[in-house]
Write a protein that binds this ligand. Structure first.
Ligand code: AHM
Ligand code: MG
Length: 336
């Protein structure tokens, strides 16, 4: 039997894995473990909806816009509802904030954990049967248990995450998470309906050959981004861009690569949301040995000021991100 680096066999179910991790900490109350199980359940439910979307006439636009004025897809809405309901029923979450919602969704005030999520990311790919994902971050509330959750409970730096992860609905469905002690990947075994350990102690290759960026925005990028993209081409790198952050990130983490979503003239803070999308993946990439930055600062150290704050986002293999950052410096030097 294959043993993982953690001493647990490949094929261990997520439930058992979480339980064994919990047992290693005598002070653990089991609440976080239960919350992770609730998220896994929500992921299975959303996976079912995604898999059946072509059959059930639930793909396509919902005819409404979310709080950021973007078209909502039916599956976005459904995933948001399913996820929130699973967390409510699980009973370990005091509040949820979601890319699809304007306000805090208050759940059980007696609980300690706040969940931030993008319930279904990559919405432009939903209708065309291309990989999409769920992203989540878990924080401990700052305000006292029992009272209402406050904005400060949500507006925490990414360094304060106690756990984060994503679920990738791809050629197979995977749940990947970290609690700050490495990155663990589980694949859904559809006939059992169980996530089983398939990728233990995931590490980003230190260097890679893949760059992922929406080159349609090339003319609107800052000069350093254009120069970096040109350099990738001159060096014969491989361009890969799905347009689903989770899928692009997951591939790059396994194979070695960099993902870039820069600011543009149209979007001076980029497109991606710090709280719902960037912090979770930044936590994971750092745990895997990579880097996540906005070009000036570690993503995890940005103090959020508003729930739907956006940020430029560059992350992936350590050496590739360092090379990209060196282009910022050289452009500044030229300009200066
Ligand atoms: P969404 O939250 O509306 O789905 O948007 C986020 C997605 C990311 O998954 C992806 O990396 C990016 O938007 C793609 O944006 P673009 O189409 O501008 O390249
Ligand atoms: Mg999103």
């Amino acid at each position: 039997m294959n043993k993982s680096n953690l001493g647990l066999p490949i094929g261990t179910t997520l439930d058992r894995f979480i339980k064994q991790k919990q047992d290693q900490f005598s002070s653990a109350t089991g609440e976080l473990s239960q919350l992770l199980r609730d998220i896994a359940l929500a992921g299975k439910i959303i996976n079912r909806e995604v898999t059946n979307s072509g059959l059930l006439d639930i793909s396509g636009g919902f005819g409404s816009k979310n709080v950021q004025g973007e078209d909502q897809q039916k599956l976005d809405v459904i995933a948001n509802i399913r996820f929130t309901r699973a967390l409510k029923n699980g009973g370990m979450t005091c509040a949820v904030v979601s890319e699809e919602e304007d306000e805090i969704i208050h759940l059980n005030p007696d609980c300690r954990y706040v969940v931030a999520m993008d319930p279904l990311d990559g919405s432009s790919n939903i209708d065309v049967n291309v990989s999409i994902g769920t992203i989540f971050s878990i924080y401990k509330r700052i305000s006292p248990v029992g009272g209402p959750v406050q904005d400060e409970d949500v507006l925490q730096k990414g360094t304060e995450q106690v756990a984060a992860g994503y679920i990738l609905y791809g050629s197979s469905t995977m749940l990947v998470y970290t609690t700050g002690r490495g990155v663990h990947g589980f694949t859904l075994e559809p006939s059992l309906g169980e996530f089983v350990l398939s990728h233990d102690s995931m590490t980003s290759p230190e260097d890679g050959k893949i760059y992922s960026i929406n080159e349609g925005n090339y003319l609107k990028f800052d000069p350093w981004v254009r120069e970096y993209v040109d350099d990738c081409k001159e060096k014969g790198m491989t361009a890969r861009y799905i347009g689903s952050l989770v899928a692009d990130f997951h591939r790059n983490m396994l194979k070695g690569g960099i993902y870039l979503y820069p600011n543009t003239q149209k979007d001076p803070n980029g497109k991606l949301r710090l709280i719902y999308e960037c912090n979770a993946l930044a936590f994971i990439v750092e745990q895997s040995g990579g880097i996540a930055t906005n070009g000036e600062q570690r993503i995890l150290e940005i103090q959020p000021k508003e729930f739907h704050q956006r940020t430029p986002f560059y992350l992936g293999s350590k050496k590739m991100v360092e090379t990209a950052l060196s282009f910022i410096k050289s452009t500044e030097t030229v300009a200066g």
